[in-house]
Design a protein around this ligand. Structure first.
Ligand code: SF4
Length: 405
């Protein structure tokens, strides 16, 4: 039922220069002094996994490595190089893996990017978010639009050809015209890949609080839908392939790391709060950076982890792995997740792949749900498989929840 080994490693670097106003990720400002210790701890975690090799990890062959955050460029080139070296010493690694690092404008220049390139990265994902200074201030980003342009210019001059840009739309009070300007300028910068996500107002963030208290207007979902359709139109006219609900790429430049996740393939996450999916278990590491480091360095478990219980969770804890929460993914859940993740992709759920993985045709397992969704005009289906219609792409969450009931 599940694939053995992992192809995909993720390093989580949960430190930021300051906290953006919309962000509820596991990331912390004001802790940069612990970065050297944290990088050594991730190396230690990597080695611990390599020695323990629980479940089927011995059969891993890594083809994608992703440094995400937080702000992973704060690691610096030398620590990235050491982590890549430790990865090669711990796992079999593809001759030409995709190695991505997320980068924030304002914190990178040509020299630091040349260093990262020499350290082994070959793909840069730049958190531009907007090319409008007013919107960047609203989001609490540390950079300006001209710093974002400079960062992209520096990446190109450093010789990085595989560049992705992240954008956010649907901000409180955002006008369609400023979104069009951001999109048109982003396209003119010719990145290999572009992601555009609708803003989610996460509870407890300053931005959500400002909207709740009436300081900022509630984002308008109809305007956000218009912005999404505009992105579809402009990006496809510019030759980008819309391969996933929120992602566009030049042919052959799709993000390997994300594709693996959407295809439901196993991945191993390292670092504080990192998530993994291995051998039909989904688990996450100790979330707080200091607690994560103390555990790996001393082997002393946080109090709430003293009685880890039986089964794989207990095995992992005994091996010294910093796993905090673990969930067994039943076959029924794995099927529903496959529907949700594959439908995000333009290729959709491939009928043959589903049958090979679960031993049953998708139309037999989800006949009723698929019939209803086709009637509502949200998905289309044929012998090849099932995919979202343009209307379904706008109402993805309403489609996905059908498979979890
Ligand atoms: S840079 Fe990214 S992770 Fe850090 S606070 Fe901003 S949105 Fe969150």
């Amino acid at each position: 039922m599940y694939e053995t080994g992992v192809n995909n490693l993720y390093f989580h670097v949960p430190f930021c220069r300051s906290k953006c106003l919309y962000c509820d990720f596991n990331s912390y400002a004001g802790m940069e002094q612990v970065i050297p210790r944290y990088a050594s701890t991730m190396e230690l975690e990597l080695k611990t996994w390599a020695i323990a090799r629980p479940w089927s990890l011995g059969r891993s062959h890594i083809s994608s490595i992703y440094f995400g955050g937080g702000t992973p460029v704060l690691l610096g080139a030398e620590r990235v190089r050491k982590l890549l070296e430790a990865t090669r010493a711990s796992f079999e690694v593809d001759a030409a893996p995709e190695v991505t690092v997320e980068a924030n404008p304002g914190l990178i220049d040509k020299e630091s990017l040349e260093g990262l390139l020499q350290a082994g990265i070959n793909r840069l994902s730049v958190g531009v978010q907007s090319l409008d200074d007013k919107e960047l201030r609203l989001l609490g980003r540390i950079h300006t639009a001209s710093e974002a342009r400079a960062a992209l210019g520096a990446a190109t001059s450093a010789g990085i050809s595989n560049i992705s840009i992240d954008l956010i739309y649907g901000l409180p009070g955002q006008r369609v015209e400023t979104w069009r300007n951001t999109l048109e300028e982003a396209i003119s910068l010719s990145p290999a890949h572009l992601s555009a996500y609708a803003l989610t107002l996460e509870e407890g963030t300053p931005l959500a609080e400002a909207v709740r208290s009436g300081l900022l207007p509630e984002p308008d979902p109809d305007t956000a839908a218009d912005m999404y359709l505009m992105a579809e139109e402009l990006l496809s006219s510019a030759g980008y392939e819309h391969y996933e609900i929120s992602n566009w790429a030049r042919p052959g430049r799709e993000c390997r790391h994300n594709l693996d996740c959407w295809h439901g393939r196993p991945y191993l996450g390292l670092g504080a709060g990192a998530h993994s999916y291995v051998a039909s278990y989904r688990f996450s590491n100790i979330r707080l950076p200091l607690e994560y480091m103390e555990y790996l360095e001393s082997g002393r478990r946080p109090q709430r982890m003293i009685a880890p219980g039986l089964g794989p969770w207990g095995d992992a804890a005994r091996e010294g792995l910093p796993i905090d929460t673990m969930e067994h993914i039943t076959e029924r859940t794995a099927m529903a997740e496959t529907m949700m993740l594959s439908l995000r992709l333009s290729e959709g759920v491939l009928a043959d792949d589903f049958a090979r993985r679960f031993g049953r045709p998708v139309y037999e397992v989800y006949g009723k749900e698929i019939e209803d969704l086709i009637r509502l005009g949200l998905v289309s289906g044929d012998g090849q498989g099932i995919r979202l219609t343009p209307r379904g792409r706008l109402l993805g969450n309403q489609v996905f929840c059908r498979f979890f009931t």
